[in-house]
Ligand binder design. Sequence first.
Ligand SMILES: *Cc1c(COP(=O)(O)O)cnc(C)c1O
Length: 375
Amino acid sequence: MRLETLAIHAGRAVDPATGAVRPPIHLSTTFERDPDGGYARGYVYARYGNPNRAALEEALAALEGGAAALAFASGSAATMSVFQALEPGDHVVAPLDAYHGTVGLLREHFTRWGLEVTFADLTDPEQLEAALRPNTRLVWVETPSNPLLRITDIRRVVEAAHAVGARVVCDNTWATPVLQRPLALGCDLVVHATTKYLNGHGDVTGGVVVAREVDAWFERLRAIQVQGGAVPSPFDAWLVLRGLATLPYRVRAHTEHAARVAAFLQAHPAVEAVHYPGLADHPGHAVAARQMEGFGGMLAFQVRGGREAALAVAARVRLITRATSLGGVESLIEHRASIEGPGTRTPENLLRLSVGLEHPEDLIADLEQALEAAV
Ligand SMILES: *Cc1c(COP(=O)(O)O)cnc(C)c1O
């Protein structure tokens, strides 16, 4: 079945007990044991598993073309479970430009647990080769990256990493399975913050890990999920599953709107640079055109005049909301350097824009009036 059909039907069935077409929310923390002591109905205790979480995991595995999925209480919990499944002394290669929470987990927590970490610009094949070592067990890819929309050639990373016996994990949050299928490009795992496009309505915090195959290492991830218990609530699982139904149509509209906003910004005299892989002069344009089905709903732009000019533009928007996060129906603008804090590599005049599902002309009109005083 095609993605649009899977988005609506994978993990769903008419409720056998009531005939309800939409799934009920199962709040029970515990499940009845059979007289013989077994659990023939499959559920024991809600941390181990619950019908809403099982349905979500089945749907997410289907959308990414994976063998199985594990849902978590946040994208960061999903990310953390992957690092927790490694051993002290294992070496990890991670990108320089990536979600600052992922970088923070590695730098502040997992190096203390004995992981060795090398940060490198994975868009550059020479830096990638130089970063790999015989004890490299994991290469983390995020493409398009946060916040500079850098594009990494997934196949190339997979080839180099697999040659030294390392697994490749792709954070596919910004692209979604609608635009990019990392498992089909050879990655071993996909991670998402379902908080973003997959739920799509800005009202759930969640994450997922999807695996190409169920092996012993994936079983270790599953043990971390159920023993550690950073699992989504039944209602959160239910909401993400509901959001998934419209994912393909939402992502295509986000993409179309972002392309129009990017073209507007690129032509504006107050804008110094636009980072959007759909633009022909973006350094990752050719790779993105090859490995993605569209360029996505996220962009970043730099305002002429530095930090103060950028903050002034963010202060003047009226329709677009000043807030962190992304992937929801409403457009959000963010001065990224100030949320990332001291030591950030993000340019001070950069604003990140999550282009929502409002009419693109209304978004452009809002940006036009906000940029006017900056000219
Ligand atoms: C938001 C985000 C995360 C973290 O997700 P949380 O649900 O906030 O923990 C990870 N990766 C990317 C690319 C993100 O945008």
